[in-house]
Design a protein. Structure first.
Length: 101
């Protein structure tokens, strides 16, 4: 097997595992969201408590991008989507560059 085929197989394997993990976490988030199992945030004066307050009051995660009621789930979902988009763009340019050579 050539090096090019190994890279292609590794890239496909990465995409399958990443998308599978994304959908598993979405299912878990939908199950947890709106139940008694929703995580409780620390409301103390620690950094985590202040970050939690900022995130809970953020318009971005409460109205613009809000598939879940729990803002931390929205943040995790958005970050994962950004990682997938960056990798998609990088793979697109990599495939284009490989076809030119």
């Amino acid at each position: 097997m050539t090096n090019k085929q190994k890279r292609k197989r590794n890239r496909l394997s990465w995409w399958i595992s990443s998308l599978s993990l994304f959908f598993v976490f979405l299912i878990i988030f939908f199950i947890i969201d709106g139940t008694i199992f929703e995580p409780k945030l620390n409301d103390s004066d620690h950094i985590a408590g202040k970050a939690a307050d900022w995130l809970e009051e953020s318009k971005l995660f409460n109205s613009w991008f809000a598939p879940f009621h729990f803002a931390w789930f929205n943040l995790a979902t958005l970050l994962y989507i950004i990682v997938l988009l960056v990798n998609a763009i990088a793979d697109t340019f990599s495939l284009k560059r490989n076809k030119q050579h």
